[in-house]
Every structure is written in structure tokens, then in C-alpha cells.
Design a protein around this ligand. Structure first.
Ligand code: ZN
Ligand code: ZN
Length: 247
């Protein structure tokens, strides 16, 4: 299982990265985990868009799902003919929400994609074993534990502090954790993690490596790394476009 960071910018695309998107490739199965603003273009550096086997969306905030609009156009109007509907695992209401965003009166979201509602639990998607839990965020949001070939990736999606993330990430080889907030007294609760909090969750889960992601362009990324390092003593990196993990 190889994981490629397609986009890591938090909340909106940054000058050097699209919003959230990760490509998971087992060699014979390719999954896009989130497809945020700007990610559809960048993804084509790493995969053909017709070669994707499934999409999983953590939640329906625009910076995690809005490029599904462009992807539906690619699949519905492909010059070789419409591509077969692609399995999409997403929170309840995704088809309606994304259809409104697309605004198509002809071929639309449900022509391009077969939507399944995510629930907390464990499912098999192709060769991947994926365990989901609810995160601590204002809309229904899932974090993930993705297992294949003895390797484990955990992904926080967007979340405030939660024991559920520690459970999901327990002993994972890599925790890809959001670190949206800079340390400060006035951060709203139940929304995002600071880098220090990401480090604390990683330490409690005893993960092999922490990769900070969903960093917001107006924050100081170097300061975020320092804050995380103060809480987590293991290997630590910041996500970057094209960064490959686990493979
Ligand atoms: Zn986000
Ligand atoms: Zn969000």
C-alpha cells in the first residue's frame, strides 16, 4: 500500500497545494481519500483519472469534496463514452449535496457515482480493510484506519480533540493528522487540532510516524512542526505534495 499526498492544504487551497486529497494505491487498486478544492488537477500527476477504483469522502465540507464536481464531468462526458459509475463511500446526504454543487440538469452525480453511506465500523473496499469512527467536527465526519498487507495508515480528517482518533490510530505505522490551529487562547472548541494536540494524539496512540496535514496557509508551518515535536517524540514530518508514505 503506497499513499501519495495529492493535497494537504487546510480549509482552502494554499499557494503550493490543493486542499485535502490522498491517493492510496495497492498496485491493483486505487482509492482517492477526499477530493478537495484543486485536487482533481494535481491528482493527474500521480494517476489516470479513469484508473481510480473508489472514492472515500471524510465529510462534506468543500475543502474535502468539492472537486467531485469536476470528476463527475470527467466520468460522464469522457470521449470514450461514459465511464461506469464509481463507488463513492461518503457521509449521508453526499449525493444531494454534491448534485446541488454541480448544478447539472443533464448527466449528474448519480450517473457518475454510486454513493454508499458511511457508518462507524469496518468495511472492505477492494483489498483495503477500512475502519471508521466519528470525529469531533461540526458536520458528520469520519476518521479512518486503513489496513493492507500488514501496514496501517490512520487519517484524522478534520477533528477537534477526541479519544476516537486515538482508538483508530492505535499502533498505526503512519498517522496523517490534521493540525489546523496555531496555539492560542481563543480557538473555537470541537473543530480542529493544534499541532501540539496532533502530537498528543499520536503519542497516546503510539504510532510509528506522525505526518502533519491540513495545515492552513496563514499559519507558520515551522512553528507547527516544533509544537508537534514537543508532544510526540517519534518520527515527524509535514505533508507535502507528492510525498509518498508506506510504499
Ligand atoms: Zn478541512
Ligand atoms: Zn471540515
Amino acid at each position: 500500500m503506497q499513499v501519495t499526498v495529492v493535497g494537504w492544504a487546510g480549509s482552502y487551497p494554499g499557494p503550493t497545494s490543493p486542499a485535502s486529497c490522498y491517493l492510496i494505491d495497492t498496485g491493483d487498486f486505487r482509492l482517492l481519500l477526499d477530493l478537495g478544492s484543486g485536487a482533481l488537477g494535481a491528482a493527474q500527476q500521480y494517476t489516470g483519472l479513469a484508473d481510480i477504483d473508489a472514492v472515500v469522502l471524510s465529510h462534506l465540507h468543500a475543502d474535502h469534496c468539492l472537486d467531485m464536481c469536476g470528476y463527475s464531468v470527467f466520468r460522464n462526458y469522457h470521449p470514450a463514452g461514459p465511464l461506469a459509475p464509481l463507488p463513492v463511500h461518503a457521509p449521508r446526504g453526499a449525493a444531494e449535496r454534491l448534485s446541488r454543487a454541480l448544478g447539472s440538469e443533464h448527466l449528474g452525480m448519480t450517473d457518475a457515482f454510486m454513493f454508499s453511506d458511511l457508518e462507524p465500523g469496518t468495511i472492505e473496499i477492494g483489498p483495503l480493510r477500512i475502519t471508521t469512527r466519528h470525529m469531533n467536527h461540526p458536520v458528520e465526519t469520519f476518521g479512518f484506519r486503513i489496513e493492507h498487507g500488514g501496514k496501517v495508515l490512520a487519517y484524522s480528517a478534520d477533528t477537534g480533540p477526541t479519544d476516537e482518533l486515538v482508538t483508530l490510530a492505535q499502533g498505526a505505522d503512519v498517522l496523517l493528522s490534521e493540525a489546523s490551529f496555531a496555539e492560542g487562547p481563543d480557538q473555537p472548541p470541537n473543530l480542529h487540532l493544534t499541532a501540539r494536540q496532533a502530537g498528543e494524539h499520536a503519542a497516546r496512540a503510539e504510532v510509528g510516524e506522525l505526518v502533519l496535514t491540513h495545515l492552513v496557509a496563514w499559519n507558520d508551518a515551522a512553528a507547527s512542526l516544533e509544537e508537534a515535536a514537543a508532544a510526540f517524540g517519534g518520527p515527524l514530518r509535514q505533508a507535502s505534495c507528492g510525498l509518498r508514505l508506506l510504499g
